[in-house]
Design a protein. Sequence first.
Length: 72
Amino acid sequence: MATYEYHCRECGPFEVRHPIGQAPAEASCGQCGASAPRRFSPPAVRQVSPALGRALDAQAASAYEPKVVTRP
């Protein structure tokens, strides 16, 4: 899966994940539902160790979807 950027005229930029090469030219805005064109940006290429890459991905995901803790 790859992350693609779209730009809504009303709400601004947002990202959508699609399989590589299958992103539509337009996507519906998640906030207002308007059709938004795809924006082209440089790919996120990183050359770090797999362990560091997993740690960075987990840190970024926790900002939006924190894991539920069942005990301290």
